[in-house]
Design a protein around this ligand. Structure first.
Ligand code: PGA
Length: 248
């Protein structure tokens, strides 16, 4: 299966020309990777322009309703219409800074899956504890987010395990280790197994995110067995992003 390497640009860059350049350079510098699918998730307003380039696109969020009086929101159908195939849902920055709740995330996931978008569902704890309470936290996030999702719709599900303490913009951040990621991913598969059965548990890609760069990307994929990576800061520099791709 192809590795899914997702560039989460967050609220960057500040001009469309720059966005076009980074995206063009990513395509230019990246080797023709047969084993990786590159997905750029830019701010919504750049999607149209980037859709003219030969690259897969995703939204950074989506709303659960299809249309109507929801000022400022974007529906799954709109994302698809502009050419996006993926959408990130439940990113910790939205949970923490915009008070997005598990219930809202659940509605978004259900609507996006119904529309046929591939959902990159972000989960991850705020801190690690020796007693393993953080595992319960992850389990709860997954169960809340996937409540009422059918086995059939789960085929377009991707989980991004992204511990909040590992995200580069957080103070004192450091990446998780590939060995620990491997353990957590097994735990996540168990949760998927009890909810959807063995096929979904086996087939759902589990990505790692949090301070990924060219020096650790290869280990997360090869030692940690990550089916892909969710890359924030390092995806805004085309050369660095291409180096990540070369190392997986
Ligand atoms: P980072 O961000 O790679 O800069 O740590 C990842 C993310 O928040 O998705």
């Amino acid at each position: 299966m192809k590795k899914i390497i997702v560039a989460n640009w967050k609220m960057n860059p500040t001009a469309v020309k720059e966005a076009e350049k980074i995206s063009r350079d990513i395509v230019k510098y990246s080797p023709k990777l047969k084993n990786a699918e590159i997905v750029i998730c830019p701010p919504f307003i750049y999607l149209d322009r980037l859709s003219k380039q030969n690259i897969k696109l995703g939204g950074q969020d989506v709303f659960w309703e299809g249309r109507g009086a929801f000022t400022g929101e974007i529906s799954p159908a709109m994302l698809k219409d502009i050419g996006a195939k993926y959408v990130i849902i439940g990113h910790s920055e939205r949970r923490q800074k915009l008070d997005e709740t598990g219930e809202m995330i659940n509605k978004k996931i259900k609507a996006a899956l119904k529309s046929g978008l591939k959902v990159i569902f972000c989960v991850g704890e705020k801190e690690r504890d020796e007693a393993g309470e953080y595992l319960k936290f992850i389990k709860n996030e997954i169960q809340e987010g996937l409540a009422g999702v059918s086995k059939k719709d789960s085929k377009n599900l991707i989980i991004a395990y992204e511990p909040i303490w590992a995200i580069s913009s957080n103070k004192g951040s450091r990446p998780d280790t590939p060995e620990e990621f491997l353990q957590t991913a097994i735990y996540i598969r168990r949760i998927l197994f009890f909810k959807f059965g063995s096929k979904t548990a086996h087939n759902t890609p589990i990505l790692y995110g949090g301070s990924v760069d060219a020096s650790n990307a290869g280990d997360f994929v090869n030692i940690g067995n990550a089916q892909g990576l969710l890359v924030g800061r390092a995806s805004l520099n085309a050369q660095t992003f291409a180096d990540i791709l070369k190392n997986i």
